[in-house]
Design a protein around this ligand. Structure first.
Ligand code: ZN
Ligand code: ZN
Length: 136
């Protein structure tokens, strides 16, 4: 078995990409796999594409949504603004880093946070007013 590039040199292994035999000088190791010169380029390009497509869920967006839902149940006056702040920060982070996902979560958290805050404000301010109005 001779190297495909060097007729006089004994091949040591086969390329993973094209399955041709190559000598030690021609083979390059990429991620533990042996490639020849031309397949190596494809292997590295493929690796970069995978890296570019890799996405990271935005932690801030998930936290914002958790705060937003919690703000409905209790302490909306405190948790509501926290949810809105976190959702705003999450949207900024997602806008800066295209790999981050969760813009839908951040938007939902912002809406839920605002609604929860309004409901709590109405409950705090509106209830006593309604109570007073009901009295003659
Ligand atoms: Zn090859
Ligand atoms: Zn060779």
């Amino acid at each position: 078995m001779q190297c495909k590039n060097h007729d006089e040199v004994q091949a040591v292994d086969r390329c993973v990409g094209c399955a041709e035999a190559f000598c030690g000088d021609c083979l390059v190791e990429v991620r533990g796999q042996k490639y020849c010169g031309s397949c190596k380029v494809l292997a590295i390009q493929g690796q970069q594409i995978v890296l570019e497509e890799e996405t990271v869920p935005c932690k801030e967006a998930s936290e914002a949504l958790t705060y937003a839902i919690a703000s409905f149940l209790c302490c909306g006056i405190i948790l509501g603004p926290m949810a809105i702040t976190k959702a705003y920060k999450a949207r900024e982070l997602i806008a800066m880093d295209p790999r981050l996902t969760g813009s839908g979560k951040a938007n939902a958290a912002m809406v839920i946070g605002i609604v929860a805050l309004l409901l709590w404000l109405i409950a705090f301010v509106g209830a006593p007013v309604a109570h007073v109005r009901r009295r003659p």
